[in-house]
Design a protein around this ligand. Structure first.
Ligand SMILES: C[S@@+](CC[C@H](N)C(=O)[O-])C[C@H]1O[C@@H](n2cnc3c(N)ncnc32)[C@H](O)[C@@H]1O
Length: 359
């Protein structure tokens, strides 16, 4: 069961809906590139590890978790279906019907997703509202789970980072960049709990032999926090909010009580969490280098992508009408930063991973 705080967060944000210029649908090409980059990994995983005879299923149930408005999820689902079909064909078996579940938080714009379902699709489609940090499906009903660019969102803001009396109080910042170790530890603890909850829920929902294909944002182990591109990206965004607070556009306390529900673990920690779960075996991994959003050529695109993912959350907290100003400041600030720093050294990673539900 979700606690009240995580329920509140899960019910308070979504990506920017619709298909307008600032929508997630129009500002998610970076996420789409990762899905395209993972195509071979995904097809290879299904060819090697999905055994139609062992599944003996009348229908194949696929879930895409954290689908947003679908533009990218449709591509991933199509790759999965093609790979499963060719697996059945290669064994001379009749291909079962496909049921695809598109999941996201309750405020997600499912209308846009439903409106844009590919007309030529070969599957039955349904929307599943709710947090993937809890059960979403009945026992042993899923054959393939896919999720991309989602498992950096944590279920709740760690309580201690908004508690003035805690050593982990994250005053004047919105994330882990330039924050004391206690803040990073609080995020890391929340992340670990969430990942375990995620894996335990999926372990119940997947059939034995079912596959989970995840793209999880993470960071290189030996990297300094100050050289991680995502960390620097959010640190610079936070410093724009701090400037706005100083100018009186909103109160300092508004800044102090705002923290991003995002965390990107060191790769080694992520691997330990995945390998430590007794219900799944890790059957394949690939490391993908994420493009740096603070490289000068990517700054404007980075800002529009970030805006599409954070606008709803930011407006909910700081009030309507600040995001234009915020992201204009942000682009200027990153450009200035890029001029003085060697931004090539800033990096971030994504782990493509294949998990198999043990019998
Ligand atoms: C950056 S978008 C990725 C969308 C899509 N998977 C893609 O690759 O383009 C992250 C999505 O995860 C969803 N999300 C975040 N936390 C979630 C949760 N606890 N349960 C379900 N969806 C969640 C967000 O609402 C958002 O739509």
């Amino acid at each position: 069961m979700e606690n009240e705080l995580s329920k509140a967060l899960a019910e308070s944000f979504s990506m920017k809906g619709g298909e307008g210029p600032s929508s997630y649908a129009q500002n998610s090409s970076i996420q789409r590139e990762k899905i395209e980059a993972a195509k071979m990994f995904l097809q290879d995983a299904i060819a090697k590890k999905l055994d139609p005879n062992a599944l003996s299923a009348n229908q194949i149930c696929i879930a895409d978790l954290g689908c947003s408005t679908g533009t990218n999820a449709f591509i991933a689902v199509q790759y999965i279906i093609e790979a499963v079909e060719s697996q059945y064909h290669s064994q001379g078996l009749a291909v079962p019907e496909f049921q695809v579940f598109f999941n996201d938080l309750v405020l997600n714009d499912f209308n846009t997703l439903f409106r844009n379902l590919p007309p030529e699709r070969t599957y039955f489609a349904a929307g599943i509202p709710g947090s993937f940090y809890g059960r979403l499906f009945p026992n042993k009903t899923l054959h393939v789970v896919h999720s991309s660019s989602t498992l950096g969102w944590i279920s709740e803001i760690p309580r201690e980072i908004t508690n003035r009396n805690s050593v982990a109080y994250n005053k004047g910042r919105i994330h882990v960049g330039d924050a004391p170790k206690e803040v990073v530890d609080a995020y890391a603890t929340q992340y670990q709990l969430d990942m375990e909850t995620f894996l335990n829920a999926r372990a119940q929902e997947l059939v034995a032999g079912g596959l989970m294909l995840l793209q999880i944002p993470c960071e290189a182990d030996a990297m300094l926090d100050s050289e991680i591109s995502r960390t620097k990206f959010f640190e610079l965004l936070g410093s724009c909010l701090a400037d706005m607070a100083k100018e009186g556009i909103f109160g300092e306390e508004d800044l102090d009580s705002f923290n991003l529900p995002l965390y990107f673990p060191p790769l080694k920690n992520l691997e330990e969490i995945l390998e430590g779960n007794g219900d799944f075996s890790v059957e394949g991994k690939e490391i993908y280098p994420e493009i740096s959003l603070i490289a000068p050529n990517n700054v404007k695109m980075g800002a529009s992508h970030c805006r599409a993912t954070l606008e709803v959350l930011i407006e909910k907290h700081f009030g309507d009408g600040i995001v234009d100003d915020l992201f204009q400041r942000y682009v200027r600030k990153v450009m200035e930063f890029a001029e003085v720093m060697k931004v090539q050294k800033f990096k971030s990673l994504v782990l493509f991973v294949l998990l198999n539900r043990k019998p």
